[in-house]
Design a protein around this ligand. Structure first.
Ligand SMILES: NC(=O)c1ccc[n+]([C@@H]2O[C@H](COP(=O)([O-])OP(=O)(O)OC[C@H]3O[C@@H](n4cnc5c(N)ncnc54)[C@H](O)[C@@H]3O)[C@@H](O)[C@H]2O)c1
Length: 450
């Protein structure tokens, strides 16, 4: 880690802890948390699209570097953060000497690379989801974070985590509203069907560095359709192709499984099995069910946990509750005395059986509720960078979640097989052929853990 960066970090941290708001001296000099010298120097990699959703939160800090492979998108970033230096290659951007932190909003196939490179240079990281596309990618980023735990703050970009409903669902289940937790089912209904990589069509515009867009992934010819989505939704033009994304597993799956993960306090699964539509070597599945076994922890037994997508669904516990309607993305928690069905911002409690009189359950008082994430999901990370380094979705939490989800896509390649998984070693122990799919192939010159 660069000495200059470390000294700056120590200064930011001590002023954040000691500083109590804003003090205005007669000279007009500002001290405290909002003083100019007390702001993070941030590189925003992937400067438009999803990045625009972070502009407001980042505008309290110094965005000193912007990186984008598309000149027009870079210009959007410059419009908002005029003082920033600009880059096309994130590997150069990340070397800018005054950086404290990186926010990465590139396409998914760069995420683990940017995450590792930033952590290895002593930079705090906010990483759009998904953290990585393979088991190896997720494990490397998590390991680099764990090496730096206590020095760096990380946040996996599952911002719905800040919705109050996440805490309310957690409280219901932890406080025993459905008795002992027995199973968890999460699902999503986004469906984008493609048959294979797009055929070559035209040539990249002069404003786009297409080779840099491809980055570490195997080369596929340019087609304008990869870039034809609306601002902030363009990911839906490329994230279903194996070399650029992991489909709905990383798209809505990362958000929806987070709703479960926040409750179940799980580590890594000990097994995975999956089935879906026939395997396509170019495109990730639309239809998929992936089932995992999660070991017991100190408050619940071992539980099965499942992810459904593309029309696959768990069975509703009650005819009146249509899981695929208002609960387009949701989680069903099954307990010994009932169910909770939850979307991102709403929940239904369904007690069942003769014992389910709810007398065993005492709702919390307002004072006892889990505290909200403040001032925002992004703001929590910004404050953590300057303060206690604690965030709701650090790369250990998000890394475990995404490792399980990515393992589901490995199991999907072996229908009918239950893969036994050693999370400590990151290996499938009963089917060696599966281990070949725990990592991805990269183009020469790109180093994952650089
Ligand atoms: N958290 C959420 O709710 C949410 C919502 C939408 C998107 N996302 C995530 O945000 C990321 C971006 O999605 P998007 O829809 O904005 O995609 P996009 O295709 O619009 O790309 C985002 C930006 O990154 C730039 N870019 C592409 N390759 C780059 C590279 N190698 N280096 C630097 N910049 C590069 C693009 O030109 C564009 O400006 C994805 O990982 C997606 O999963 C998250």
């Amino acid at each position: 880690m660069k000495t200059r960066t470390m000294e700056r970090r120590r200064f930011l941290k001590s002023t954040a802890v000691a500083g109590s708001g804003l003090l205005i001296l007669p000279s007009g000099v500002l001290f405290g948390q909002d003083a100019p010298s007390n702001k993070l120097n941030i590189a925003l990699i992937g400067a438009y699209g999803r990045a625009a959703a972070h502009y407001n939160a980042l505008s309290t800090e110094n965005v000193v570097a912007l990186c984008d492979v598309n000149e027009l998108n870079l210009a959007q970033g410059v419009k908002r953060f005029p003082g920033a230096k600009t880059y096309v290659d994130w590997r150069k951007c990340i070397e800018q000497s005054d950086l404290d932190a990186v926010v990465c909003c590139t396409p998914d196939h760069h995420h683990a690379f940017v995450g590792n490179w930033a952590l290895n240079r002593g930079l705090h990281v906010y990483m759009e989801k998904p953290l990585g596309l393979s088991i190896e990618e997720v494990r490397t980023v998590r390991e680099n974070y764990l090496k730096n735990k206590g020095k760096l703050a990380t946040q996996h970009g599952t911002q719905r985590h800040a919705f109050p409903n996440f805490n309310r669902v957690r409280e219901l289940i932890h406080d025993g509203a459905i008795g002992e937790l027995q199973a968890v089912h999460a699902w999503g209904d986004r469906q984008f069907r493609k048959s294979g990589y797009l055929p070559a069509e035209g040539s990249p515009p002069a404003t786009l560095d297409y080779d840099q867009w491809i980055g570490p992934s195997p080369y596929h010819p340019y087609n304008p359709d990869y870039f034809s989505g609306s601002v902030g939704m363009n990911c839906l033009q490329w994230n279903m192709y194996w070399d650029f994304g992991n489909g709905q597993v990383g798209d809505m799956g990362s958000h929806t499984m987070d709703l479960a993960w926040n409750v179940i306090e799980a580590g890594l699964p000990v097994s995975a099995e999956a089935f879906g539509e026939p395997f396509n070597p170019e495109v990730t599945p639309v239809e998929l069910t992936a089932m995992f076994e999660l070991p017991a922890n100190d408050w619940r037994p071992a539980i099965p946990c499942a992810w459904y997508q593309g029309g696959h669904m768990p069975q509703s516990p009650l005819d009146a509750v249509h899981l695929s309607g208002s609960f387009g993305h949701g989680v069903l928690f099954k307990g010994s005395k009932g169910y909770v069905v939850s979307s991102f911002d709403n929940r239904i409690l369904i007690p069942f059986g003769d014992e389910a009189d709810l007398t065993y359950y005492h709702a919390r008082s307002k004072e006892e509720l889990e505290p909200p994430i403040t001032p925002s999901f992004q703001g929590e990370w910004i404050n953590a960078c300057k303060g206690d380094l604690k965030t709701s979705c650090d790369f250990e939490y998000g890394g475990n979640e995404m490792e399980m989800m990515d393992l589901g896509l490995v199991a999907y390649r072996f229908p009918g097989e239950k893969l036994e998984y050693d999370g400590k070693e990151g290996k499938v122990t009963n089917l060696d052929a599966a281990n070949a799919f725990l990592s991805r192939k990269y183009r020469p010159g790109w180093e994952l853990d650089g």
